[in-house]
Each structure stands twice: as C-alpha cells, then as structure tokens.
Design a protein around this ligand. Sequence first.
Ligand code: PHE
Length: 336
Amino acid sequence: MKDKLEQIKNKALKMLEGAKDLNFLQTIETNLLGRKGELTNLLKQVKDLPNDQKPIVGKMANEVKNEIVDIIKNKIVELSQADKISSTPLDMTWPGEPAEIGHLHPITQFQRKIEDIFLSMGFEILEGREIETPKYNFDLLNIPKNHPARDMWDTFYLEKGLVLRTHTSPMQLRAMETRKPPVRLLVPGRTFRHEATDASHETTFHQYEGLVIDENISVRNLLSTLESFFQTLFGKEVKIKANGSYFPFTEPSLEVSMSCLICHGEGCSVCKKTGWLEMLGAGMVHPKVLKNMGVDPEKYSGFAFGGGIERLMMLYHGIDDIRLSYKGDLNYLEQF
Ligand code: PHE
C-alpha cells in the first residue's frame, strides 16, 4: 500500500505540473480526491490494515493528500490569474497616463517677466558669474580695500580670495570690457549676503541690475525708465519718488520708492504707513567707475540701478515670506 501511495503521489505531481487550464485541473482533482477518486479509495482501505500498520500508513496517506490539495490550490490561483491577464484585451493605441511635468521656479518665471519688460525697452540681457573677484565686486566699483563702505555688503569670502558676489553690479564692469556706449543692459542674477534670515532676508537672493550709458543721460532718464518699468509690471498707475542715498559707485545716489500698491499712498501696514515702498538703489554712474570702464566721463554719462527680484515678486504675488521660495515645498511651488 505504501508503494501504491508513492505511485499515486508521483503520478499526481507530474500531471499537476503539466496542467494548463482550470478544467484539466478539475479533472485531476476529481480522479484523485473525488468520491470515487484513486486516493479516496486508498484512504478507505486503511481501516482494513493490520492494527500496527494503520497509523503509519494512515498518516502517510493523509500527508500525500494534503500535499496534493496544496498544490492544486496554488495551481488554481496561478491559472486563474493567467486567465485574467490573457482575457483582458490589450489596446496598444490607448493613451498612457500623462506624465507629471514640472515648471520653472517662480523666481525664474518672475525674472523672465522683468527681462521681457526691459527687452521691450531695448535693453540687452546679460548674466554674470556668481563667484567673483574682489576687484570686480568692490575695487572697480570704487569701493577700495579697508574703506568702510565695504561693510555695506556682508560678504561670503571663499578660498583663494574669491567672493560670492554680493550684488549684480560687478557685471557693469565686465560688460563694458567688450562694449562701447551707447549701451542699455539688464543683468538679472543670483547674489549672496552673509545675513541672518527672516521673512524678508535670505542669504541667497536675486537682483536685477540696469546700466544705461550714452551722451546726455540724466537722472530724469533714470526715473522715467523705472516708472515705465513699474507701471508695465503692475499694470496700473504707480508713481515713483527718489530720495538721496549713498553708494560708492554712483553720484548722486538715490533710493527709489514706488507708491504703495495696497493703499495708493494713504498709508497701510504693507508700506508701514508711509504710502511708499522702497524698491531699489540707483544713481548716476560715478565718473571714476566710468573711467574704470574705459568710458570718457566728459563725453558720456550713465545711470545704474539695482533691485531685489524676490522683493518685487513678493509684492506682485502677495507673498509674505521670502524663505518660501527656497524650501522646495510643492504646495507653494505648484501655485505658480
Ligand atoms: N548694488 C547695489 C546694492 O546691491 C544697488 C545699486 C546698483 C545701487 C546700481 C546703485 C546702482 O545695494
């Protein structure tokens, strides 16, 4: 009887292995384990065995039965899955899931908006380098070594005496190495300052720098250019005003403000009740700087300005914390 069991087991395993569809599986199951199945019959005969054989053969027969039942169960799962896949029609023309596409960072988008406005006013757009030499970041801009004015920019100093540019102004000098007046240049780009961060300060930020040099350029040209820029950007009647300021590379130097977008000059919390928002530093290019550019200050004059892109963007979109732009937070970024 043991041999018989062994035989049944081997035959069953072979057949099950080759089973390719559920019907065939059903047949194998009935033939073995059905009411008149081979294994069922054998199990029935166990009771007629001598007493000392009964438990041993009984146990063995049950093991064979369980083994076969397990294999059948697994086979059913396997075959029914294969069945499902092969019965699902495959349409190769069905459109795929659209891939999620990102977009330009809000600061880049806004920078391009600024560029477009200046392009429409005939400016050339240039980019500088983020790592500068002190010569371009300071010296040629009339900020000598050890002059207290250097402290106006909290600088990150790098190895080999290099600096992370503290403003986009060094590009005024670099650009003029390969150009002659008349020029109208706009230099947007990333700048760095060693400052504590808060809602309106970041160590990394962006500036847009303007430089116009020609004959007979005056403060009036500077102010009307900036007024057109702000009016085009905000699409409404904004006024600008200029207060005296100090930068070593401009003379006179100006602090340019724009009438508050929220209260239109009445005074509110955004403009700290002054009715004005400080927008950028500007002025007439200092004669010494013109000379450093190889431009004759007797013949030419020019204006320059430099403002923060984030500050402008925050006003434009109503964002209250500059740090949001550098977090990589999708909830924020996906709103643009
Ligand atoms: N570079 C100055 C700053 O970062 C701004 C400025 C640019 C002022 C050009 C005058 C002319 O503070």
